[in-house]
Design a protein around this ligand. Structure first.
Ligand SMILES: [Zn+2]
Length: 290
């Protein structure tokens, strides 16, 4: 992970106009599908393999997943297909549908884990690699933003924990080739937050908080202020979160960012914070509202 590339985050984005629905299973693009959103059917063998689910046939010749009979199986060219919805129901999977992105996201069943267990895991983690770890860090950032900074978001934020390859694929053709986290959604009902697995816990917190800073801007109708203010504000939000969580190492990294809009933008808002506090920073940012 190159630090220099860390905050090359696309701050604007367009909802894709792709006429085809894309299915993600366990964070990976899954292509063995037929049909669109409601009628989507998937290759049962490939699908269960992607999720590590036990697939078998019972004595009556019915296909079973995790010991339960799967309805609606049909065979095309020797491959068994079943309605995605039936598989989700039988295996107790989590399914999120995002009509604006024409994307369906399938995740494994949630693992019940205590906060204590998660904290222990995180202390020893080099990289954030599981859903519960991501959810835990995200909760930490949201709580810090709301309780210590008083930053509330009206729009719901839909979280997507993805791969670095997914993030790279989202970067647009406008010169920004890379980002570690990404927000899409402008005048829409919800904001989409993308953060990749595989970063350190501190960098993950940094990325989440930075992107939520952009969410606050979008939430307040600020989409296109000058880069120094867009990025500087997001970095200031991240710095406040990292400060609250006493993660000083990541704060040092921030100050050394090679991109001026991030580094100097942070200093710009820190100076306002020093003289007028959080409310002065927010007032300054709100001046950019169109
Ligand atoms: Zn940004």
């Amino acid at each position: 992970m190159r630090r220099a590339l860390l905050l090359l985050v696309l701050c604007t984005g367009l909802v894709f106009a792709d006429p085809h629905w894309t299915l993600y299973v366990n964070n990976q693009r899954f292509d063995a599908t037929m049909g669109g959103q409601d009628t989507m059917r998937v290759d049962v063998r490939a699908f269960t393999h992607a999720l590590g689910l036990p697939l078998a046939k019972n004595e009556a010749g019915q296909v079973t997943v995790d010991g339960q009979v799967l309805d609606g199986v049909t065979t095309t060219d020797g491959t068994d297909y079943a309605p995605l919805k039936n598989l989700v129901a039988v295996a107790g999977l989590r399914m999120e549908t995002h009509p604006d992105l024409q994307m369906i996201d399938i995740r494994p069943k949630a693992v019940a884990m205590s906060a204590e267990e998660l904290r222990r895991q995180m202390l020893h983690a080099y990289t954030v690699s599981t859903w519960p770890q991501m959810d835990y860090l995200y909760k930490l950032v949201r709580e810090t933003l709301e309780q210590r900074l008083g930053l509330k978001l009206d729009h719901p934020v839909v979280t997507h924990w993805v791969t670095l390859a997914d993030i790279r694929g989202m970067a647009g053709a406008d010169g920004y080739g890379y980002s570690t986290a990404h927000v899409r959604g402008m005048d829409v009902a919800s904001l989409d937050l993308y953060v990749p697995f595989g970063l350190s816990p501190s960098l993950t917190l940094h990325s989440m908080a930075h992107e939520l800073g952009h969410c606050w801007q979008y939430d307040h109708g600020i989409f296109s202020a000058e880069p120094l203010k867009m990025e500087g504000f997001a970095e200031w939000v991240a710095s406040k979160v990292l400060e609250s969580l006493t993660m000083s190492g990541e704060l040092q990294v921030m100050k050394a960012n090679v991109y001026a809009q991030y580094r100097d933008g942070l200093v710009y808002f820190q100076n306002i914070d020093r003289s007028g506090g959080t409310s002065a920073v927010l007032q300054e940012m709100l001046k950019s509202r169109k």
